[in-house]
Each structure stands twice: as structure tokens, then as C-alpha cells.
Ligand binder design. Structure first.
Ligand SMILES: [Zn+2]
Length: 89
């Protein structure tokens, strides 16, 4: 199984969490990566929402396929997140 390596010693940022969503749903994260992902989600409504959208997509599609998820959905989310950040400044 492919395990994604993560930088250690700090919390995930949203961009990293977004990139991990599909691996998380596929069970492809290491235990520590999974824990960090879940910790990020616990404090981040944006990524929680994103994960919910992905899960809804998977339910419609029946499974995760590389074509479903996309760079586009990730890019959309990252754009959205940038706007949230800009609004907070
Ligand atoms: Zn986040």
C-alpha cells in the first residue's frame, strides 16, 4: 500500500489536508497521518465541508475514481479557501 509521507512536527495546513482527503477516504494514510488529518478537520470547518462534499460525490459515483476527484475540485476548494483567508485579513 502506498503511504503518503508528511512533513512532521507541525499541524497540517488546509492545502495539505485537501490533498489528503482522497487518501484518507481510501484508507491509504498512515496512522499518524490519519490522526493529523482528523485533528486538522476537528478545528477546520472549511476542510470538514470539503470532506463532506467529497463523500457526497463518492456516494453518487459509488466509488472513488481518479477522474471524479480531480485536480479541479481541489483547485476550486483552494480558491475558495484563499478567498476566506483574504476576507479574514
Ligand atoms: Zn483546513
Amino acid at each position: 500500500m502506498r503511504l503518503r509521507l508528511l512533513p512532521t512536527g507541525r499541524d497540517l495546513v488546509c492545502r495539505e489536508a485537501v490533498e489528503l482527503v482522497t487518501d484518507y477516504l481510501e484508507g491509504a494514510l498512515s496512522r499518524s497521518a490519519r490522526r493529523r488529518f482528523e485533528r486538522h478537520l476537528a478545528g477546520c470547518p472549511h476542510c470538514t465541508e470539503y470532506l463532506a462534499q467529497i463523500e457526497a460525490t463518492i456516494q453518487l459515483a459509488g466509488r472513488v475514481t481518479p477522474g471524479d476527484l480531480t485536480p479541479e475540485m481541489q483547485d476550486d476548494f483552494i480558491d475558495l479557501y484563499r478567498r476566506w483567508q483574504a476576507e479574514q485579513e
